[in-house]
Design a protein around this ligand. Structure first.
Ligand code: PLP
Length: 368
């Protein structure tokens, strides 16, 4: 039997070989990067190599890279550092990591294609400053890209601080922190093809951030705790290996999937907007997302519902709701997607669609 087809890269990318090698090298080093002896210095060299790799891939200086335990912590650290004294404005489709870190924030509505209208941000900023604006570069459920350069320019014009959650965009579309001019930018290792357990917050040059987790002064006092070197080394290697040009090869596979499903009556959430090359949010009218995810899994195709929370339960997606939609499955092609991914997915999807539309099953399986 063929190995399952993994199409859930936006949950976690498969480990890249370069990252695996870097992890193994770090695991074999006994030293603590803070120790002054030779073993400590060897560990410190790996840590700083990873910092250089992240900095050069995403257009910042090594001193402005703070390693964290992942994207959630990087977002929380940014908001913790930038929020005091500012009102917070968020896009309505932000990730729960950002929503939870700013419970009192004002949510800005998005257009039906999932993008934020620059005029909406401009009007919101006119209503009060100082402000912190938090925007995701790419949405995790739909892959929709906000017009980020334009939105960043509006923030600059108003003197508002800007935090960008770049967890899904990094490595898949060009991303340059210095050119964008954001105050902070969050990354996650396992979304780049590194291991789980490391992320990074990139800071505007010279920005001082108070730690969320204080401790032994690691990360220049910005994040306490002995650095998880294997995960960080893997993050660095993954960042160096993740090229938007390589990710672009996934767009034709994604487009073939969408062309097939659209012809069979499906809808694509955010289909008219600029999007990540690997992501498709497919709605089969009348069919519940969780039913589809289970049916596809049984057919050896692994996708997720729009909003799978950590318990494995599927909740209503706030992202789709903000776009006036519901019930999508997320197909997200990994960096190493096989060339026959579109054929295999569409065969399984089409068989599922036929089964779900049989009257005998419709009552049990179709959503209201
Ligand atoms: N931000 C976005 C857009 C995400 O998709 C995710 C993870 O799904 C996160 C933040 C959280 O990242 P992590 O899993 O590394 O904590």
């Amino acid at each position: 039997m063929a190995a399952p087809l993994y199409l859930d890269a936006n949950a976690t990318e498969p480990l890249r070989p370069e990252a695996r090698q870097a992890v193994l090298q770090a695991l074999d080093l006994p030293g603590n990067p803070s120790s002054v002896h030779g073993a400590g210095r060897a560990a410190r060299r790996l840590l700083e190599r990873a910092r250089d790799q992240v900095a050069s891939r995403f257009g910042t200086a090594p001193a402005d890279v703070v390693f964290t335990a992942g994207g959630t912590e990087a977002n929380a650290l940014a908001i913790h550092a930038l929020a005091p004294g500012r009102r917070i404005l968020l896009g309505a489709t932000e990730h729960p990591a950002v929503l939870a870190a700013a419970p009192d924030a004002t949510h800005l509505p998005v257009r039906p294609d999932g993008t934020l209208d620059p005029a909406v941000l401009d009007a919101a900023l006119r209503q009060g400053l100082p402000a912190l604006v938090c925007l995701m570069a790419a949405n995790n459920e739909t892959g929709v890209l906000h017009p980020l350069e334009e939105l960043a320019a509006i923030c600059r014009r108003h003197g508002a601080a800007l935090h960008v959650d770049a967890v899904q965009a990094a490595g898949r579309v060009p991303l340059d922190a210095a050119a964008l001019g954001a105050d902070t930018l969050a990354l996650s290792g396992h979304k780049l093809g590194g291991p789980k357990g490391a992320g990074a917050l990139l800071l505007r040059p010279g920005l001082a951030v108070a730690p969320l987790i204080a401790g032994g002064g690691q990360e220049r006092g910005r994040r306490g705790g002995t650095e998880p070197l294997p995960a960080i080394a893997g993050l660095g290697a993954a960042a160096a290996a993740a090229h938007p040009a390589a990710a672009a090869r996934l767009a034709p596979l994604r487009d073939a999937i969408e062309a097939f499903c659209l012809a069979q009556g499906a809808l694509v959430a955010g289909g008219g907007a600029p999007r990540l090359p690997n992501t498709s949010s497919l709605i089969l009218p009348g069919a519940a997302a969780e039913t589809q995810v289970i049916a596809l899994d049984l057919a050896g195709v692994q996708v997720s519902a729009g909003a799978a929370c950590s318990s494995g339960k599927v909740g209503a997606s706030h992202v789709l709701a903000a776009m006036g939609l519901q019930g999508a499955i997320r197909v997200s092609l990994p960096w190493d997607a096989p060339a026959d991914s579109a054929e295999r997915f569409t065969a399984a999807w089409s068989a599922m669609r036929s089964r779900l539309s049989r009257p005998a099953l419709a009552g049990a399986r179709l959503a209201p």
